[in-house]
Write a protein that binds this ligand. Structure first.
Ligand code: 3UK
Length: 523
């Protein structure tokens, strides 16, 4: 079996280490107290103000009964409150669980129950979604509301009233620092506990040497902080070097992103392929209108089509988009293009410090140029899935993590993405489970059966396409495209509705009745 190319991290015993001391207090020690750490919708915040807010958050959580090693759920829009609560918890030895702000009530109910959080911090606009779930969450003692000073338990006033001194909890590099949730094709999202050392590893292996982030950078990430991608982009990497991060609570539309990039002279911009595509579709978004400091872009979440990379670089000469693949389990990017070595249409090469292998169904390495399942090993992998023994055993094979992705390596060593082994796909960087969309489709009164597959939108990007069988006696005027589309939009997260519908009389199935979506993908 192919060995791990760099296994020094496997030999490292746990050390006394608290990531918040490193990433927050470290900047004060380095003399950056008066430097701007964060620019959010309310204004600029220095490193000293951030460090104070972090201490106050840690103290406020302790005062509300959060014990070290217990979880605090965060359902928060991006602002200084996010790093305050996240790092404040970590400094106090409490474990923040950063949760997607775009989920359905059912998904929140599952995650909040599964994480066993006793305290939830929620942004005020999301409180109406969470409030009705609390009856069925007996462990939850307190809901702290961010961004509403009048709330029963207001984050703002709790922080204002808390002490600005906080002694860091004694933790080790192998202690759990925080959790993220990862979604799969079937079943509920899975908790992915990450260790204190995992955060440092993403900065040391990708953020500094590959991305090349430096102290004078101003970064902006369209991906929000609750995504592992956004968390690295707009917290870990800028904090690792004392740079400045621009945070924005609203949805990352091309206009909203452009506004932040130009207004704050952003030098590194992190997006997803659909966003780069949408920005290119707008002729107003041009080199003479964008920040003159912009020097680098990163794309992740799904494969960046080659033509988007090429068109981008002809519009913005000298500003490449570096495509890289990361995952919630690995915390950040492990295969990447490099500023000095990139090829559009590929995910680049393994980030030094990570090992990659491509294997067949039997676990044997595939021959050169053949497609195989990508496994990756490196020091940022999570510790397994919480409360999911079977899925953990299937995903974490010794030091290797099974990514679920198919790749081949071209003659020059670049990794070329070939889709996933399961039926999951991404739209604008957000997961779509065909099963979930199908389940929503069949609740339409006219729909009997449905299958959903990814379909090329003409720009090399994927969108959901549905194949539906209508009930007897129902015709296409009773269940037309708009009626089905509106129905699904009313139930699911906004990116999940089908953009095309084919009406069919049967669906391809296996003997055991499983829909063969791969057959529909070809049509
Ligand atoms: C897919 C890609 C092709 C791939 C992520 C950067 O996306 C992130 O994490 P998730 O857990 O999803 C992981 C899965 O998404 N994927 C991500 N990037 C690419 N496919 N090309 C890419 N460049 O299926 C992977 O298994 O949501 C991305 C950093 C941290 C992350 N967590």
């Amino acid at each position: 079996m192919n060995p791990i190319s760099d296994d020094t991290w496997l030999q490292e015993p746990p050390q006394p280490y608290n990531a918040a001391v490193d990433f927050i207090d470290g900047n004060i020690k380095a003399g950056r107290a008066n430097k701007t750490a964060i620019i959010d919708d309310t204004g600029e915040h220095t490193y000293a103000q951030l460090a104070t807010r972090v201490n106050q958050a840690g103290n406020a959580l302790k005062a509300l009964g959060c014990e070290p090693e217990s979880r605090v759920a965060m359902i928060m829009h991006d602002s200084i409150d996010f790093p305050a609560v996240f790092w404040g918890a970590i400094k106090a030895g409490i474990v923040p669980v950063a949760i997607n702000t775009l989920l359905t009530p059912e998904q929140y109910a599952h995650i909040l129950g599964d994480s066993r959080a006793k305290v939830i911090v929620v942004s005020a606009p999301l409180l109406p979604t969470i409030q009705p779930l609390l009856n069925d969450l007996p462990l939850v003692k307190t809901v702290i509301v961010a961004g509403d000073p009048g709330a029963a338990v207001s984050l703002d006033s709790r922080l204002d009233d808390a002490s600005t001194d906080l002694e860091a909890a004694t933790t080790s590099s192998d202690d759990i620092a925080f959790w993220l949730y990862s979604s799969g094709s079937t079943g509920n999202p899975k908790g992915a506990p990450h260790l204190h050392r995992n955060i440092r590893a993403t900065a040391d292996l990708y953020g500094l040497p590959v991305l090349g982030i430096a102290e004078d950078d101003v970064v902006f990430s369209a991906a929000k902080l609750f995504f592992a991608y956004g968390l690295g982009n707009a917290m870990t990497f800028p904090l690792a070097v004392g740079a400045t991060a621009v945070l924005m609570a609203e949805r990352p539309t091309p206009d909203a992103c452009m506004q932040r990039i130009t207004e704050h002279d952003v030098s590194i911009f992190f997006g997803v392929p659909t966003l780069f595509g949408a920005m290119l579709a707008d002729p107003e978004i041009a080199a003479d209108k964008i920040s003159t400091r912009l020097r680098r872009c990163v794309s992740a979440g799904e494969a960046l089509p080659e033509n988007i990379g090429n068109t981008w670089e002809s519009r913005f000469p000298g500003v490449p988009i570096l495509d890289g693949i990361g995952s919630t389990e690995m915390l950040h990017i492990f295969l990447s293009n490099h500023p000095d070595d990139y090829r559009y249409g590929t995910s680049g090469k393994p980030v030094p410090g990570y090992s990659a292998r491509l294997v067949d169904e039997l676990g044997n390495q595939v021959a050169a140029g053949e497609i195989g399942d990508l496994h990756v090993a490196g020091p940022s992998a999570c510790q397994g899935y919480w409360n999911q023994r079977g899925k953990s055993l299937q995903t974490f094979l010794g030091p290797w993590t099974v990514t679920g992705d198919k790749y081949f390596v071209d003659d020059d060593g670049y990794y070329i993405y070939c889709g996933r082994g399961d039926d999951m796909f991404k739209v604008s960087g957000n997961w779509v489970s065909p099963f979930e969309v199908e389940s929503a489709l069949i609740t339409h009164p006219g729909v009997l059966e449905a299958a959903v597959v990814p379909h090329d939108d003409g720009d090399g990007l994927l969108k959901p396409k549905a194949f539906v069988i209508l009930n007897d006696g129902v015709d296409q005027t009773d269940a037309d495209f708009d009626s089905i589309k509106n129905h699904v939009q009313g139930i699911l997260s906004p990116w999940k509705y089908p953009r095309w519908i084919d009406y069919v009389s049967e669906l391809p199935k296996t003997a055991t009745g499983k829909i063969q979506r791969f057959k529909l993908r070809q049509s």
